[in-house]
Write a protein that binds this ligand. Structure first.
Ligand SMILES: NC(=O)c1ccc[n+]([C@@H]2O[C@H](COP(=O)([O-])OP(=O)(O)OC[C@H]3O[C@@H](n4cnc5c(N)ncnc54)[C@H](OP(=O)(O)O)[C@@H]3O)[C@@H](O)[C@H]2O)c1
Length: 187
């Protein structure tokens, strides 16, 4: 399979990329890292990326910022970081990516445990991750041409094993699951 990994150089990306490279033909991308440059919050930047790499069988996103802070220190601007950089950026990736996705391909987005199982001070992450999960469940109902979409929702990577994280990614990319929140390190 020809796979695009956004954020391959990040903490999660560095765990999954070498394994996916052993099994598939991988292209890595990031704003300032990876083989190809892209900012997923920009449709123009995404179109420019696909013009360079062509059609693809799987897109994996391990990128997207959000802000933590106790409830009373949070502001519109702080919430907006996650909504813009993680939620809307990944939605953008799916909307633009669909045009370049081969039949029966897959998207694997990223959310995080705080979307379903928050701790104090995590409302910025919670609203962002919860919305990414909701987007995936809804978008899966409308994916055309046998294309699938799932989301990996990990606990903090220091609390999980690389093996479980990789297993989750392989489930999304290599099996037939669709519209699944793949929880890593919690239930
Ligand atoms: N680490 C954890 O414990 C953990 C747990 C649960 C969920 N998550 C989620 O997993 C995702 C990745 O986390 P991480 O810890 O691996 O982050 P990270 O170490 O900061 O890595 C993020 C990667 O994404 C790229 N990136 C960021 N914004 C981008 C954009 N707009 N367009 C293209 N590339 C972009 C960055 O590269 P450039 O700087 O070159 O763009 C970097 O390679 C985040 O959404 C995070 O919330 C992380």
């Amino acid at each position: 399979m020809k796979i695009l990994i956004i954020g391959a150089n990040g903490h999660i990306g560095k765990i999954i990329t070498p394994i996916l490279e052993q099994r598939h033909k991988v292209t890595t991308a990031g704003r300032n890292s990876g083989e190809v440059s892209v900012d997923i919050s920009s449709s123009a930047s995404l179109e420019n990326l696909f013009a360079q790499i062509g059609a693809i069988d799987a897109i994996v996103c391990a990128a997207g910022d959000s802000v933590t802070g106790d409830l009373f220190s949070m502001t519109d601007e702080k919430y907006f970081v996650g909504l813009q950089q993680k939620l809307l950026a990944q939605i953008n990736l799916v909307i633009v990516g669909l045009k370049h996705m081969n039949d029966n391909g897959s998207f694997t987005l990223i959310s995080g445990k705080m979307g379903e199982n928050p701790a104090k001070g995590s409302s910025g992450k919670a609203v962002t991750n919860g919305a990414v999960n909701s987007f995936v469940i809804a978008a899966a109902l409308e994916m055309p041409r046998g294309i699938r979409i799932n989301v990996i929702s990990p606990s903090k990577i220091t609390d999980i094993t690389a093996e479980n994280l990789i297993k989750g990614y392989l489930k999304s990319i290599e099996t037939s699951v669709n519209g699944e929140i793949i929880r890593i390190g919690y239930h």
